[in-house]
Design a protein around this ligand. Structure first.
Ligand code: XMP
Length: 513
């Protein structure tokens, strides 16, 4: 059985961050709901348990509490923030309602340098707090190992029973040495090795796919995005020609995208690739349509129709593969007041048909996005593909405001290619979340040589973001913007004006439609 740390989720917005930090220490981690029965946890034979933070107070009527059986398992436990209060409350210590919230940076002073949680760390540390209740009496067997300005029990331990608690958040970047604390817990206290790497996962995933698929056939909708591309390369590594990828060209792809995808997957990887050029169909359906939501619906529905027909042509496949990721499958904890509960995965990738009679093959469903990228590199996918920016399912259809026509598509594709080229040439591409061009259906007057022009406007959008939920516009150097603008106006026939989008999300969105 895989060596792992189990995180019981009490609804913190940082639960997934804890899981990622642990995996960055090359230890596998799994997130389970806070009330998972102790017997079920024991079956996974975890090397350690982490109790996450959460929005509640242990005094709330419906305060989430773990199965008390977890304290009998003789497995090291670390409680973080609310997790510490749960630990103390469950073991008969005393938690009191705080009158004021301790929020933001604090300085941790270590009282006991021998505490294994703080091995290799200095006596003073910057930490990040976000709590109001606090511990006022420790449970039997515990002692304080560190304090902050506002808390006598900022870090506590019962070393003999291997139970530890932190009032601050070691997982966030505002606790700069937090990763060392997590390493000390998983390697030092729980005794985990460094076994979780993408090369070891690759071997394991290949074996699992072979086992699940047997001699049957698999179909995969390849969009050219990171997740479906990595899933394709992984499944192909496992079962070769039993996999057929279907790649639908909806005519709304980036400049020469269809060539790049075919070159990489069909020519280089030698995969079975069914290429469906459905451009005429999509453009026909979009003719005269200007409303953003209607465009999205039409594009989504046409995709399903084309994809379904293509699957019939492939014939007798038993599995449909999807690039589902771990954040999509973590059971969310419905706790009142939990902001994490409100942040839903925003868009359904590609919107594949639900009523198709396939079994699902989801080989990435225990991976976070950064792990998928590393796995992609391990599989030999180029960096440019693995670290590419997100691209919306409806493609350029939502980046041409108003009606989508062939001419507008050509203009936008050419302008967008220039934006991307200049982002890459200046070294900015990999520093930002997304950079792209938008075509505004606004014509304005210009002058080119001796001639007056009356052409479209291109907006350049460059944003930084962690997850697409909020975003800031990027203050790009004027020289890079100047080059983009000059090149677009000189090289793209049909565009004579370029402007820069300087709106953040919220209140604007990243895409314009
Ligand atoms: P918005 O425009 O909502 O975009 O701020 C947030 C992120 O989601 C991407 N996006 C989509 N992705 N299908 C997708 O797969 C879609 O329909 C879609 N719409 C927006 C957008 O590019 C940004 O990264």
């Amino acid at each position: 059985m895989k060596e792992q740390i189990i995180i019981l989720d009490f609804g913190s917005q940082y639960t997934q961050v804890i899981a990622r930090r642990i995996r960055e220490c090359q230890v596998y981690s799994t997130i389970l709901p806070y009330d998972t029965p102790a017997a079920e946890i024991a079956k996974c034979r975890p090397s350690g348990i982490i109790l996450s933070g959460g929005p509640c107070s242990v005094f709330d009527k419906k305060a989430p509490m773990p199965d008390p059986g977890i304290f009998k398992l003789k497995i090291p436990i670390l409680g973080i923030c609310y997790g510490l209060q749960v630990l103390a409350h469950s073991l008969k210590g005393k938690v009191e309602r705080g009158l004021k919230r301790e929020y933001g940076k604090g300085t941790l002073r270590l009282l006991d340098k021998s505490c294994p949680l703080f091995k290799k760390l200095p006596g003073r540390l910057q930490v990040w707090n976000s709590h109001s209740d606090k511990l006022t009496r420790l449970p039997k067997g515990f002692k304080a190992v560190a304090t902050t300005e506002n808390s006598d029990f900022a870090a506590v331990e019962d070393r003999r029973a291997q139970r530890y608690g932190l009032q601050f958040h070691p997982e966030v970047v505002h606790t700069p040495k937090g990763t060392q604390i997590i390493q000390n817990f998983v390697h030092g206290i729980c005794g985990c090795g460094k076994n979780w790497t993408m090369s070891s996962y690759l071997d394991q995933a290949v074996a699992e796919i072979r086992e699940q698929v047997g001699q049957d056939k698999v179909i995969l909708g390849l969009s050219g995005g990171v997740d479906s591309s990595v899933a394709a390369a992984l499944i192909h590594r496992a079962i070769g020609n039993q996999l057929t990828c279907i790649f639908v060209n909806n005519g709304l792809l980036r400049y020469r995208e269809e060539h790049a995808v075919r070159e990489l997957f069909a020519d280089h990887f030698k995969m079975r690739l069914r290429y469906e050029n459905a451009t005429p169909l999509f453009l026909k359906k979009l003719k005269g349509v200007t409303h953003p939501e209607r465009k999205r619906k039409i594009i989504g529905k046409a995709f399903i129709d084309v994809f379904r027909k293509a699957t019939q042509k492939v014939g007798d496949a038993r599995f449909l593969a999807q690039g589902t990721l771990y954040p999509d499958v973590i059971e969310s904890v419905p706790i009142a007041g939990n902001p994490a509960a409100l942040i839903k995965s925003h868009h359904n990738v590609g919107g594949l048909p639900k009523n198709m009679k396939f079994e699902l093959l989801e080989p990435l469903k225990c991976l976070f996005k950064d792990e998928v990228r590393l796995l992609g590199l391990e599989l030999g996918l180029p960096k440019a593909m693995v670290y590419r920016h997100p691209f919306p399912g409806p493609g350029l259809g939502v980046r041409i405001l108003g009606e989508v026509t062939r001419e507008r598509l050509r203009i936008l594709k050419e302008a967008d290619a220039i934006v991307l080229e200049e982002m890459k040439a200046s070294g900015w591409y990999y520093k930002v979340w997304q950079a792209f061009a938008v075509l505004l259906p606004v014509k304005s007057v210009g002058v080119m040589g001796d001639e007056r022009t009356y052409e479209y406007t291109i907006a350049v959008r460059v944003v930084e973001s962690k997850d697409g939920m909020t975003a800031d516009w990027v203050k790009m150097p004027y020289e890079v913007l100047e080059k983009m603008s000059n090149r677009i106006i000189n090289e793209v026939n049909g565009a004579n004006r370029v402007c820069l989008d300087i709106s953040s999300k919220p209140p604007a969105t990243i895409e314009w439609e």
